[in-house]
Design a protein. Structure first.
Length: 264
């Protein structure tokens, strides 16, 4: 069986204090993109994964499924690695769905996905989702999807570990004012009727970039960092506007233009 494993951006990411489980409280908006890897999964005597030597999370996901046999997996990578787009999380969720569909007794996947990472459960469901608690409690959102997304991968920038990003957040007392920011996010969500309304969402608490302002100056109605970065996204009403912006910022790094996707 073969399926796409789409990337995501965080249209907003509000981070709060540490929870009792050692994770941070989150309120985030997950948005799937029409950009993704392709995953093939078939039963086998033992688990082998081809196409992406750096993989660990797909193997961990399939091991956690505790099937009575192994799996042959082929990963065709298109999502940039360590870019804040959750390519690995999407690969893991897609592999779980494909493998589970081939079991005689399918498992409940959400608990397995939640143990793998905060982004993984999102990819089990269709449409944009509001992630709360540690990001794995999900609520479907009815958001406009008629906009264009420009992704900028800044030249020379690499993603710091997510753990380091959260440590830096704690060091600057970033959780202060969490309740107010979370309330603001929900208030904006309640009033979103058209793409431009997304501009009022609060900025990413975990990471920022001067390139976001550059994209706004190039015509984006909203721009921010996705996840822990370094990818910066800009939202545009029309593809032609995104193309002009891409030409203006291409000197800063690699640029891709895509659109929202409702399902994998």
């Amino acid at each position: 069986m073969i399926a796409p494993a789409p990337a995501k951006i965080n249209l907003a990411l509000v981070v709060g204090p540490l929870r009792d489980d050692g994770k941070h409280e989150l309120v985030t908006i997950f948005q799937r993109l029409d950009l993704g890897d392709r995953i093939e999964v078939e039963p086998a005597d033992e688990t082998t994964i081809d196409g992406f030597a750096e993989d660990t999370i797909v193997r961990a996901a399939l091991d956690a499924l505790e099937a009575p046999h192994g799996w042959r997996v082929r990963i065709e990578k298109h999502v940039p690695v360590a870019a804040g787009l959750a390519g690995g999380s999407s690969d893991a969720a897609t592999a779980l769905k494909l493998a589970n569909a081939q079991l005689a007794e399918p498992r409940e996947l959400h608990p397995i996905a939640a143990r793998l990472g905060a982004d993984v459960p999102f990819f089990l469901y269709d449409g944009p989702q509001l992630g709360t608690a540690d990001g794995t409690t999900l609520e479907p959102l009815d958001l406009p999807q008629d906009f264009v997304v420009l992704l900028l991968f800044p030249r020379g920038e690499t993603k710091s570990s997510t753990g380091r990003a959260y440590a830096d957040f704690d060091a600057r007392n970033g959780a202060d004012g969490f309740d107010e920011r979370a309330a603001r996010l929900r208030e904006v969500l309640a009033s979103v009727r058209r793409p431009r309304d997304l501009a009022a969402l609060p900025p990413n608490d975990l990471a920022s970039s001067p390139h976001a302002r550059t994209l706004v100056e190039a015509g984006a109605f909203r721009a921010d960092v996705s996840g822990a970065g370094p990818t910066v996204y800009g939202l545009f009403h029309r593809r032609d506007d995104a193309r002009r912006a891409a030409a203006a910022v291409r000197r800063l790094g690699r640029v891709l233009i895509t659109i929202p996707a409702w399902y994998g």
